[in-house]
Write a protein that binds this ligand. Sequence first.
Ligand code: BEZ
Length: 171
Amino acid sequence: MWIFGYGSLTWKVDFPYQQRVVGYIKGYARRFWQPGRVVTLVPSKDPEEKVWGVAYKISEEKQEEVMAHLDHREKDGYQRTPVTFFPQEAALKPWELIIYLGSETNPFYTGPAKEDEIAQIIASAAGPSGSNKEYLFQLAQTMRSLNINDNHLYSIENKVKSIIENINQKT
Ligand code: BEZ
């Protein structure tokens, strides 16, 4: 079984895996529409829209344990869906994996919001897993290190940095 990491799973891997492959899925967008503000995947109007991330191969004997761990870590707010994964390495062929998405029907889903509003929340919010801005900066840093372009992510990162600079100038 393969699982797709597109948020904290791209840098915080606290379960056993056999292989890690960088690549993308199509027909989705990465959005900060889960409270906290953390990212989820939302279906895109453009079937060719890509979300880059990292696929992890889980051995058969660890599958149940890893899924239970992720359900707990993500507070049961996500549903699992199979999609095609396209590896970055041209020599590899696409294969099917599982994505976790915080759908509109889950009780934690916040729905669409403007980037400015999201940035304001991220600049000041903290949750049980730490500060929201550290999550954003870590995600943006990880995507940059993988040479991945994500306009929504980098735009929110810039907005949060400006908000923080403004706050620091006033104090
Ligand atoms: C993530 O990348 O943040 C993630 C992936 C799978 C399940 C939950 C979260």
